[in-house]
Design a protein around this ligand. Structure first.
Ligand SMILES: Nc1nc2c(ncn2[C@@H]2O[C@H](COP(=O)(O)OP(=O)(O)OP(=O)(O)O)[C@@H](O)[C@H]2O)c(=O)[nH]1
Length: 392
């Protein structure tokens, strides 16, 4: 499906920038337009692929291009004040060619955390196409303020979008590696997962269209109904059928290769589906109770079969208890078979409950510290017997 992506704040901008790079590399054609919005000029300058004219600096009057410094209330305010500037950039894109908006932001900082929900609300008022969010949770080691920001942004963002897809930095940190150092790799993991999901509904004219191919309306239907989503993913390398060349791709002739027998293909798919659903999700949660799911099997068409996808789909129905599990394939000439599973409407998410708890503690601490420091300052400035008079 074709998306208008808007990256809000540094993380949002970098991820959208990476989506453009992914689009370029794979020819997936999912990014119809890409915009970056930020209150920090340097962050906008650091982007590589988003066109200069699509980089929008907001809040200049308030923060002079230096960012809002993790103050997400200020982030929300400057977004509201300068929403027309963002709208101007959106006006320049052909929205009639777009299936949905995707607003991407890190929820722990200030600009994206506060601004993304403001933008989502604005877009929903103006456009009839769905507005989705892709929100990134901060690592637990980032500190109380980031957690508090994320918890508040999460509540607001979910309310303002048609569906909030969540990626949790914390569960993607490599052991012994700071989250910061791993952003490059983490961002690649993000675009790979969401790239396959959204790419599934975007099979080009020249590509083979199997009857079970995923359509963008299936992605939209899976996301409709709102709430929070997570994505599972697993892949396995396969040999491209180079002997058959281009012809085999269109005829589906596998060239009689022994490895490609149907049983192998089916087994590979069913085990990938299990690995994807039971392995690391973008937002860790219990998959039982998921409202809707979409299974996408991507790979060379000779490695995809209906039986495998059907089995995977049925298994997912049993595991989630959902009656709305869609499934289909996404033929593409990459040397891997990949299963991407969108679990939409998840509600049993202990990670969010923990985030909220830590956020409330941080909020209480911040209030206490503020009160204490006011008292301390007064004690310092005022003389004991109150004998001195201030000048005015
Ligand atoms: N996955 C991922 N997360 C990131 C990246 N950069 C930052 N983050 C996360 O996003 C959160 C928000 O950071 P930024 O996006 O830098 O903040 P901002 O929205 O620009 O806001 P301010 O800098 O406060 O104005 C951080 O707490 C990190 O958890 C990135 O490249 N990838």
């Amino acid at each position: 499906m074709k998306l208008a992506m808007i990256g809000f704040g540094q993380a949002g901008g970098k991820i959208v920038d990476r989506f453009l790079d992914y689009d370029d590399r794979t020819g997936s054609g999912i990014v119809r337009a890409a915009i970056a919005v930020n209150s920090a000029k340097a962050d906008l300058m650091g982007l590589k692929n988003i066109p200069q004219e699509n980089r929008v600096l907001i809040g200049q009057a308030r923060v002079k291009g230096h960012g809002v410094g993790a103050d997400n209330e200020l982030g929300a305010e400057v977004a509201e004040e300068d929403i027309d500037e963002v709208q101007n950039a959106i006006d320049a894109i052909p929205t009639h060619e777009v299936d949905a908006f995707l607003v991407v932001a890190g929820m722990g900082g200030g600009t994206g955390s506060g601004g993304a929900p403001v933008l989502a609300k604005h877009l929903k008022r103006i456009y009839t196409i769905p507005v989705y969010g892709l929100g990134v949770l901060p690592g637990t080691d980032e500190g109380g303020i980031y957690t508090l920001n994320a918890a508040r942004s999460f509540q607001t963002f979910v309310r303002e979008v048609d569906n909030l897809m969540v990626f949790d930095n914390d569960s993607w940190r490599q052991t012994g590696e700071s989250v910061e150092g791993g952003y490059e790799q983490i961002n690649e993991e993000i675009v790979r997962r969401f790239g396959i999901l959204f790419g599934a509904g975007e099979v080009g004219d020249g590509q083979e269209v199997a009857e079970s191919v995923v359509d963008s309306s299936e992605i939209i239907n899976t996301l409709s109904g709102g709430g929070v989503s997570t994505v599972g993913f697993a892949s396995e390398e396969v040999d491209l059928n180079t002997g058959g060349g281009l012809l085999s791709r269109f005829t589906g002739d596998a060239g009689g290769d022994d490895n490609l027998d149907a049983a192998n293909t089916t087994n590979r798919i069913t085990s990938l589906v299990r690995k994807a659903a039971l392995g690391r999700l973008t937002l860790p949660c219990e998959i039982e109770g998921t409202e809707r799911a979409l299974l996408v099997l991507a790979g060379p068409s000779e490695y995809l079969n209906r039986k495998g996808i059907e089995r995977g789909r049925k298994w997912l129905e049993e595991e989630t208890g959902s009656m709305e599990v869609r499934g289909g394939d996404y033929p593409r000439e990459e040397p891997e078979v990949a299963a991407a599973i969108l679990l939409s409407g998840v509600t049993n998410v202990p990670r969010i409950k923990r985030l909220q708890q830590v956020a409330i503690e941080a909020q209480d601490n911040i209030d206490d510290i503020q009160q204490e420091s006011e008292e301390n300052l007064e004690e310092l400035v005022e003389d004991d017997e109150d004998e001195l008079e201030p000048l005015f």
